[in-house]
Design a protein around this ligand. Structure first.
Ligand SMILES: *Cc1c(COP(=O)(O)O)cnc(C)c1O
Length: 211
């Protein structure tokens, strides 16, 4: 996996260490995470706060370099648990969730990095702020969270070429002076790296198929 990322960086004229791999371990057992840790992987992504909370805290004690991204749709009533355990929350996508996260940061005295998720394909079934509202929402979040608002995240439509969506997100991040671009999964991370991804979220290509 690391070789494929380095090759994609080279092809895009970017430094081999310009892209961070987030290993998406959702649905896979703790043993799979332990094996990845042994292979030198430190950054992981989980969809469900509950699942992350059972898998990660125990491992962290022995692996202080370990980092956790929450990458799946977050309910407001789970915001506090997410703020407690995550290093980055990739899925800030609506004002109510921004309120819940701000409240949780205050109560927990802990402040993960945040990414605004944009629904780049404006798909009805998908999470993310609609593209037409993205600039306004990002500006509001930046004013509210300051440098803790680190960047943007997207999941492009499953059909069609993801490249224009990745390029759209990169332009949007540049407009707002944001440094992190979490985009690209097992099927499209090379295209995302060519468009400036700083973090790729890869599950299947590392851990195999999910049940
Ligand atoms: C599951 C998931 C991934 C990883 O997808 P793969 O196709 O298995 O690499 C990445 N991002 C999000 C938000 C996911 O839910």
């Amino acid at each position: 996996m690391r070789d494929r990322i380095a090759a994609a960086c080279l092809a895009a004229g970017r430094a081999a260490d310009a892209v961070t791999l987030v290993a998406v371990s959702k649905t896979h057992p703790t043993e799979a995470v332990i094996a990845a840790l042994a292979a030198g992987q430190t950054m992981f992504g989980e969809n469900r706060v509950q699942e992350a909370a059972t898998k990660f805290p125990g491992l962290r004690a022995g692996n202080p370099a370990m980092k956790l991204h929450i990458i799946g749709g977050l309910q407001t009533n789970k915001a506090r648990d997410a703020v407690r355990i995550a290093d980055m929350i990739d899925v800030l996508d609506r004002p109510k969730l921004a309120d819940a996260i701000a409240d949780a940061i205050q109560r927990e005295g802990r402040s993960p990095d945040l990414l605004v998720q944009v629904n780049v394909g404006d798909e009805a079934q998908k999470a993310g702020i609609p593209t037409a509202e993205a600039d306004g929402f990002i500006a509001t979040c930046k004013a509210r969270f300051g440098s803790k608002l680190a960047g943007l995240m997207c999941i492009p439509p499953a059909d069609g070429d993801p490249a224009p969506h990745f390029a759209w997100l990169a332009a949007c991040a540049a407009r707002h002076g944001l440094r992190v671009l979490s985009m690209g999964m097992s099927g499209d991370f090379e295209s995302a790296i060519a468009r400036g991804a700083t973090h790729v979220r890869v599950g299947t290509a590392i851990f195999g198929r999910r049940e």
